[in-house]
Design a protein. Structure first.
Ligand code: NCD
Length: 315
């Protein structure tokens, strides 16, 4: 499938696209480590607009652009731009387009990136649209699983925590459904279950899944444990958040029943869902997962500029 200039939703990809991005990420990781930085995006500027908090996504996108020879202009927080004076997001995006070659945006509203991308002619990345999607993170997580487990097919992958509001976990689930081959364990409190349309998607694509609120069931069976933060900022009812926070906690005790080669993952930030006593466990790979974001976002930047084919002779 033609990936196009905008990276907005996991739905735009097919299995061959996934394989292409993962293969390119592997090549870029090897090249960066063996040859150093590239100049493939010299002369290009990325506008990095983060209107919700970010550490990993923002810095990995900005580092990826600079490792490819590009430059960045950046704004964090809605009041750091004239939205704080009442300007519309549409006028903000139309203004920023005049100073850059690609826009990366995180915004609290679902579909904000889809709507904003329609206003500009340059490539546009959805870096998280509220409780919507986080498509590039899904590829980071897929790449991490493949590196740690050698493949995705035949693996049992537990997705744990806030499956209702968590954009990373829902984007990853959709990517795994598109790719196929993995068995999914969906672990959440009843109040934070996966929306029904994902079950329809899994059934339509013959993806095997287990739905449970019992973490121990997944611990004993799974090859990957993907933990997620209960998304406090999405709860209207703060009392409900207080009841649900800390629903699942991984610690040494819980991990006693886990497979010896299980991979413990988390998109981060973590609150208390993974005890820091596990950070020294070699199966805890969430900081390797952080680094993988650099390579995957380098891959996406080359793709949207049509430079991934130029890799051989130039990098
Ligand atoms: C996630 C996000 O922002 O959606 N973090 C990330 O992108 N690395 C997960 C979260 O904030 O809980």
């Amino acid at each position: 499938m033609v990936i196009g200039k905008n990276i907005l939703t996991v739905e735009q990809f097919d299995k061959s696209d996934i394989e292409r991005i993962i293969s390119l990420s592997e090549t870029l990781e090897n090249n960066l480590k063996s040859k150093g930085e590239s100049n493939l995006l010299v002369g290009k500027i990325m506008a990095s607009l983060f209107f919700e908090p970010s550490t990993r996504t923002r810095f990995s996108f900005e580092a990826a652009m600079q490792r490819l020879g590009g430059k960045i202009i950046t704004a964090t927080g809605l009041t750091s731009v004239s939205i704080g004076k009442g300007e519309s997001l549409a006028d903000t995006i139309r203004t920023v387009e005049r100073f850059c070659d690609v826009i990366v945006m995180r915004h609290p509203e679902i579909d904000s990136s889809k709507n904003a991308s329609a206003l500009v002619k340059i490539p546009f990345f959805n870096a998280g649209d509220g409780a919507g999607e986080h498509p590039t993170q899904a590829f980071v997580d897929f790449y991490t699983i493949k590196k740690a487990q050698q493949n995705v097919e035949g693996k049992k992958i537990a997705l744990i925590g806030d499956l209702k509001y968590g954009r990373t976990v829902r984007s990853l689930i959709e990517l795994l459904i598109i790719y196929g081959g993995a068995e999914l364990y969906l672990v959440s409190p009843p109040e934070l279950e996966l929306p029904d349309n994902y079950y329809e998607m899994m059934n339509h694509n013959n993806v095997k899944f287990v739905k449970t609120n019992n973490l121990n069931e997944a611990i004993a069976e799974c090859d990957v444990l993907y933990m997620t933060r209960i998304q406090k900022e999405r709860f209207d009812d703060k009392d409900q958040y207080e009841r649900l926070k800390g629903s699942y906690i991984l610690n040494r005790q819980v991990m006693l029943n886990a497979k010896p080669d299980v991979s413990i993952m988390h998109p981060l930030p973590r609150i208390d869902e993974i005890d820091t006593e596990l950070d020294s466990d070699p199966r805890a790979i969430y900081f390797d997962q952080v680094e993988n974001a650099l390579y995957v976002r380098m891959a996406f930047l080359l793709v949207v500029f049509g430079k991934d084919g130029a890799l051989d002779e130039n990098y």
